[in-house]
Design a binder for this molecule. Structure first.
Ligand SMILES: Cc1ncc(COP(=O)(O)O)c(C=O)c1O
Length: 381
């Protein structure tokens, strides 16, 4: 696994993650990209495209849509049509578009909490009323509180539910039955679903598989806008190529209307990288996920051995949602940052007693960060 042990130095490359602490001895473990180079097949495809030398206006390649159609069928037994795919320069853009494509000013949108912060800003930025549905720990897994969700649906009749599957920051891979229960609730209350599945390729638990909620039934397919991208799994977020899969023609039309004149086309290198990743990146992905599983296991063992810190099992993503509440710190993120580990503040996700640690890095760097966290907590004694 030497390939993942040796990561390029990202300082001075305008990396969001690394430049934040350019002048400080702080290990950056916040924004969700990894430190790994993209798969060789992606780099080679990009080099080939760059060598062509002409970078004019570009259509979404049919061959990319075909690769996505084939991937959905092969991985999830989900038969989609190429025309259901709407390319977007980012998933956050997709979350905001989903909020704006149905309902009126002030109409409610449900979102889990805690969750990736853009889930809570998208409804607000779209002039919608945010209704939060708590995530609760059930046998060590972060799951949506379905009773609370049903209450929100019955009381407020929101047009839209935002779902994060797999969940960021909880690392949950929703099981088929869990998604079926959720889809049944949405059917009963006639709620649309925007399902952000960007972490679907980052599965860490052998035997667990991802289920797109839209793939469950024709009803779920028609009420769901699915967001996906190669950005997280293949570390090509800077190339900004994502897509929505929208089977429902009315929703697709509304989405395209909201986008018109505002959302730019995806850039051609983004398309090139996405197609190469999906067609030729799966062996690399599997090796990366093995490496990330090793990081996850190390982190689980070491963090849970630090008095006052608690980490529940992570089934997917390279993100760890660490409970610091027993330490009773005013601001856990700042505390650990002062001790040389730069994580994301839990309060941005909905719980200030937590920090989110990105373990998409070399094992050596992760060990160094854990050592610093251990020393930081020891300094409190
Ligand atoms: C669940 C989720 N959605 C969306 C994004 C960001 O997507 P993009 O950079 O394509 O806007 C992230 C990044 O961390 C994420 O975790």
């Amino acid at each position: 696994m030497a390939g993942f042990d040796h990561t390029p130095d990202r300082r001075g490359t305008s990396s969001q993650k690394w430049d934040k602490y350019e002048q400080q001895d702080v290990i950056p473990m916040w924004v969700a990209d990894t430190d790994f180079p993209a798969p060789p097949a992606v780099i080679q495809a990009l080099q080939g495209r760059v060598n062509h030398g002409v970078f004019g206006y570009t259509l979404a390649p049919r061959s990319l849509s075909e690769a996505i159609v084939e991937r959905m069928a092969r991985l999830y037994d989900w038969q989609i049509q190429p025309e259901w795919i709407v390319y977007l320069p980012g998933l956050v853009c997709g979350l905001n578009l989903a909020c704006r494509s149905f309902g009126d000013s002030g109409s409610p949108v449900c979102s889990p909490l805690p969750v990736y912060p853009k889930f809570t800003t998208a409804p607000r930025q779209s002039d919608r009323q945010l209704l939060s549905v708590p995530m609760q720990l059930q046998e060590g897994r972060w799951l949506l509180d379905l009773a609370a969700l049903e209450q929100q649906l019955a009381q407020h009749a929101p047009a839209l539910l935002l779902l994060c599957n797999p969940h960021n920051p909880g690392g949950t891979v929703y099981r088929r039955e869990e998604l079926q229960a959720l889809a049944a609730l949405c059917q009963r209350y006639n709620t649309l679903i925007c399902s952000d599945e960007v972490h679907c390729d980052l599965l860490l638990e052998p035997g667990l598989c991802h289920t797109p909620i839209a793939s469950l039934s024709e009803d779920a397919n028609q009420r769901t806008l699915t967001l996906m991208a190669p950005s997280k799994a293949f570390n090509v977020a800077g190339l900004a190529c994502s897509f929505a899969i929208v089977a429902n023609p009315e929703w697709r039309q509304r989405l395209k209307r909201v986008m018109r004149g505002i959302v730019p086309d995806v850039n051609l290198l983004g398309y090139t990288a996405a197609e190469a990743a999906y067609r030729h990146g799966d062996d690399w992905l599997s090796a990366q996920n093995d490496y990330l599983r090793g990081n996850r296991d190390l982190l689980m063992e070491r963090i849970n051995a630090i008095p006052g810190l608690r980490l529940h099992p992570i089934e997917a993503t390279y993100l760890a949602w660490i409970d610091c509440s027993a330490l009773a710190l005013d601001n856990p993120q700042q505390f650990f940052e002062r001790h040389g580990v730069g994580m994301s503040p839990g309060k941005d996700f909905g719980n200030g007693n937590f920090v989110r640690l990105n373990f998409g890095c070399s094992r050596a760097l992760l060990e160094q960060a854990i050592n610093r966290m251990e020393q930081a907590v020891a300094s409190l004694a």
